[in-house]
Design a binder for this molecule. Structure first.
Ligand SMILES: Cc1ncc(C[n+]2csc(CCOP(=O)(O)OP(=O)(O)O)c2C)c(N)n1
Ligand SMILES: CC(=O)[C@@H](O)[C@H](O)COP(=O)(O)O
Ligand SMILES: [Mg+2]
Length: 621
């Protein structure tokens, strides 16, 4: 990008250089930084609205604190592009979220300024508290700063950390970046409470009892007064955060460097747990993102002058859309259906369901554990909950899945979106482990549809069961097999033959969408192909028939090999004393970084060519 457009920004290669700038220049720097973020994201795609909201906060934090000695821990990390740009990664922004390029999230291996790896939300306070306490233990003088959004703040983990941190002497600063948005509008009592704090009602109440004049004073004076009042033990109605043991400061304007910098400088000198409430706007400084922060939460590439435009050619239906349509159709048929999302309405395809069935739609906030148990409670009362959840985020609710749903054999459907490799979000978001972690739980079943039509059919099959069932499907579109209108179920736990070989050498057992590359490979190999559909229960009849007829059994899945569907096949064969040459294909025992998902799969040998090559290699061995 031209040096003319960003002359000041181009001169900053690390925060120390920025700290040497006259303070008056920081506003210019922030303006250039915002422009650079828009330019970069428009060329690569990525998280935009949240990053536009953290420009000034990022400048202020790196200006005031001695980073990387002082630790900034970003929550989720989807708002760290300004931080990346200021910490030596400006020129690599063009590689963002692409294979071999910068991650869209903080990564410890990427920079010493990325103090903690994230992408799943609500971990920042715990991690920063750990760092602050470690500094105490080691006798080091450093600050730890957690920057957490109002959405991420709703998760139990954030409160566990506040609960713990508030009774320590940790030099911990929690910054609540309150933009009154999660990905979609925020939900819940905390949101209402924060709105109350921002509306000044809290302060008005304080004035009413004649104890405070806080609302009228500017932030610094306000801070001084509050500290004085606290020191004198005067009775000021405490915010919830004060009751947790934090010194609450704010709310202040998170886009006003004249407020942010002096406030942070003041706080820097304070000991013990501090809580700064900063108010920002999602999409700040780019009108289209301000107007529609949801659309610009994670856009693809766009022309900044025009904004996002709908493609002229109709896009292929995604698995998410198939789910969304099924959910509405099934809800229309069955009054008992309720839909639950932990803060992922758009990503999980529930916008239409929310519109059409508002009384049966539950966004519980970023609270996956609660979402699972909440569904369990509803199922106890005869409702039919469908929890729409990304595979990776169900990891958060694992004990709840076992203890609150499976153990009680409650009929909850888990629609696991983003199964397999997700692409640009990388390893943190990969739905690689679901087959392994679900199939080992008694009472649980796991369906792996191969295409769009089967996704709808297997959702209906799952819904018809009287026990918990997961249906996993990937991000994006499939091969284009249009779903049928029917809501009929398929036979539970049964697969189907898709190709019969004449040579009977190789049988490929495909679990999920890799069925299609398997069919391609099978043409070249003359292999039989079974679409297994279910990782649990396994269609053992089909398995044993194929094992009896073929020399080599190949299992294929886009989930981890260890403990996955292929392992289920091995276990079933071992249990029945069937010995056979088995080749397990799937995701290896390693984290797979961001990149184009098609290329990533190919790199793992999970495209048609790779599958064929692996099988030929085994046959030759
Ligand atoms: C455990 C977990 N659940 C869900 C998500 C998906 N997610 C990413 S950002 C986000 C919204 C976060 O809102 P907030 O913390 O207020 O940040 P903002 O986007 O407003 O900047 C959600 C739900 C996630 N990353 N981690
Ligand atoms: C940061 C985060 O967790 C989400 O914003 C996520 O990146 C969304 O992913 P999808 O684009 O697959 O919905
Ligand atoms: Mg927010």
């Amino acid at each position: 990008m031209s040096t003319n457009t960003y002359p000041l920004l181009q001169s900053i290669n690390d925060p120390a250089e920025m700290r040497r700038l006259p303070r008056a220049q920081l506003k210019t720097l922030a303006a250039e930084l915002r422009g650079y973020v828009i330019d970069s994201v428009s060329k690569t795609g990525g998280h935009l609205s949240s990053n536009l909201g953290t420009v000034e906060l990022t400048v202020a934090l790196h200006a005031v604190f001695n980073t990387p000695h002082d630790r900034i821990v970003w929550d989720v990390g989807h708002q760290t592009y300004p931080h990346k740009i200021l910490t030596g990664r400006r020129d690599r922004m063009s590689t963002l979220r692409q294979m071999g390029g910068l991650s869209g999230f903080p990564q410890r291996t990427e920079s010493e300024y990325d103090t903690f790896g994230t992408a799943h939300s609500s971990t920042s306070i715990s991690a920063a508290l750990g760092m602050a306490m470690a500094a105490k233990q080691k006798g080091e003088d450093r600050r730890a700063i957690a920057v957490i959004g109002d959405g991420a703040m709703t998760a139990g983990m954030a409160f566990e950390a506040l609960n713990n941190g508030g009774v320590t002497d940790a030099n911990l600063l929690v910054i609540l970046n309150d933009n009154d948005m999660s990905i979609s509008p925020p939900v819940g009592a905390l949101n209402r409470y924060l709105a109350q704090l921002m509306s000044g009602q809290f302060y008005a109440k304080a004035r009413d009892v004649g104890k405070s004049v806080l609302k009228q004073v500017p932030p610094l004076l306000e801070l001084a007064k509050r500290l004085e009042q606290q020191a004198k033990g005067m009775v000021v109605p405490a915010t919830m955060f004060e009751q947790f043991g934090f010194n609450y400061i704010g709310p202040i304007d998170g886009h006003d460097l004249d407020s942010l910098i002096p406030t942070l400088e003041n706080i820097k000198g304070l000991k013990g747990p501090q809580f700064l409430h900063v108010v920002t706007k999602k999409g700040q400084g780019y009108k289209m993102a301000e107007a529609d922060p949801i659309a610009y939460h994670g856009p693809g590439k766009f022309d900044p002058a025009v904004g996002l435009v709908k493609s002229a050619t109709p896009a292929k239906q995604t698995f998410t859309q198939v789910f969304g349509t099924w959910l509405c159709d099934m809800a229309a048929k069955d009054q008992r259906l309720v839909g639950i999302t932990p803060a992922m309405r758009e990503g999980s395809g529930m916008v239409e369901f929310h519109k059409r069935f508002p009384g049966r739609y539950y966004d519980v906030g970023i609270a996956e554990q609660h979402a699972v148990t909440f569904a369990g409670g509803m199922a106890c009362e005869g409702l039919k909950p469908v929890v729409a959840i990304y595979s990776t985020f169900l990891q958060r609710g694992y004990d709840q899945l076992i203890h609150d749903v499976a153990l009680q054999n409650l009929p909850v459907v888990f629609a696991l979106d983003r199964a397999g490799l997700v692409g640009a979000d990388g390893a943190t978001h990969a739905g690689a482990y679901d087959v392994a972690f679900v199939r080992c739980i008694p009472n649980m079943s796991m369906a792996c549809p191969a295409d769009e039509r089967e996704t709808r059919q297997l959702l209906s099959t799952a819904y018809a069961q009287n026990h918990p069932v997961c249906v996993r499907y990937p991000r994006g579109a499939g091969v284009g097999v249009a779903p049928l209108e029917s809501l009929d179920a398929l036979p539970f736990g049964k697969g189907e033959m898709r190709r019969e070989s004449t040579s009977k050498k190789v049988a490929i057992l495909a679990f999920g969408t890799l069925l299609y590359p398997a069919l391609q490979a099978a043409e070249a190999l003359d292999a039989s192909v079974a679409n297994m559909r279910w990782a649990k229960p396994l269609d053992e009849e089909l398995l044993f028939q194929l094992a009896a007829e073929h020399d080599l059994i190949v299992t294929l899945e886009d989930s981890c090999i260890m403990g996955g569907a292929g392992t289920a096949v091995m276990e079933a064969m071992a249990a029945h004393g069937v010995t056979k040459n088995v080749l397990q294909l799937g995701l290896p025992d390693q984290f797979i970084e961001h990149g184009d998902p098609v290329k990533l799969l190919a790199l793992q040998g999970l495209d048609a060519e790779g599958i064929e090559a692996s099988i030929r290699k085994r046959l030759a061995a």
